[in-house]
Design a protein around this ligand. Sequence first.
Ligand code: GCU
Length: 361
Amino acid sequence: MKRREFMTLFAASAVCCGIRTAESAETKKEELLKWFLDNEYGYAPTGRPDDMKFEGNSILFGGGKVKVNLTVALPKGVSAEKPCPVLLMGDFRTWNNGMREDEKSLKQQRNQNEIDAYATSRGYAVVHYDLNEAAPDQPRRMMIADLKAKGKELPPCPYGLFEVYGGETDRTATSWGTIRAWAWCHSRVLDWIETQPVLDAKRVAVLGHSRLGKTALCAGVTDTRFKVVYSNASGCGGAKLNRMDLPRSEHIHQITRNFPYWFCQNFNQWANRDGEITHDQDEWMGLIASPTRYLYVASGTEDQWAGPTGEKAAAEGAAKAWEALGLKGMGDHVGYHCHEGPHSLTVEDIKLFLDFCDKRL
Ligand code: GCU
């Protein structure tokens, strides 16, 4: 064989091989995603729904039966010519369709206001909304009983997105749990951000604390439009490794007993089998890996329930997914910090996170 012919053949087979490798990596990714949706989070019944409408800073679903009201904090000097990066997060301002005025909720609201003020001072917009408006953080039966006990009238859709798109009263083993539903709603908020000239929809970080950290990861895995994904103290079902032996941390039997509605029913199968789960949360977060996307994980030293050691190890495990793409993982595409103190998301955490975002978002 002449050298030129050989080189052409060699080049052709290398290209072929490359395609096959890329294809098999993609197939592996799809299989892994399927495993997590089948076993943990469940499937959203629809993508972007035809009946979704935007009205000012609100998103309407099912002809307005469910209305999600967004709070938008903008930095100074932002304009359509100079759109700004965005932090998207959930909050819990209401409970059972009424303002929560207990000290804990008021503290959360003050904390959110501080985060808004700090992030906008650094040039980031913050878009947040009450996740209870999308899907209540309660099982359906309990929520309806609560409303009745308080003598309140049932709203048209007491169970939010589940009532409009299904998946609760007709729940199957892989129907979406509330975390998947909230993550889906984050994607719909991103659809809304795409219509806002002063917000740069290509530079959106999705973040959250605790159950909202689990939600941020779910949104980041299922929607590649989010450029940066930040989980703060998300623990079990979020950034903590299930297989790591951390006796003081939350286990699957506890989370599925106390919050069964957060996950799909299949997750119950893994209760008391944390050590033998087929895939772990480092692989879940590794699904975010791409040259243009970033992961950030944070913990608290006193937050043993969330398992800081397991969160750090999962972030390091996830970083390997970037390394497999020939990129730098920890300290580059993946960031981590652990604050001194308890289970919280403070302005200091946001400061460290924005230092990470400044160079990447
Ligand atoms: C509970 C739950 C955790 C969750 C936390 C929160 O502690 O067990 O899994 O992260 O609530 O969201 O505050």
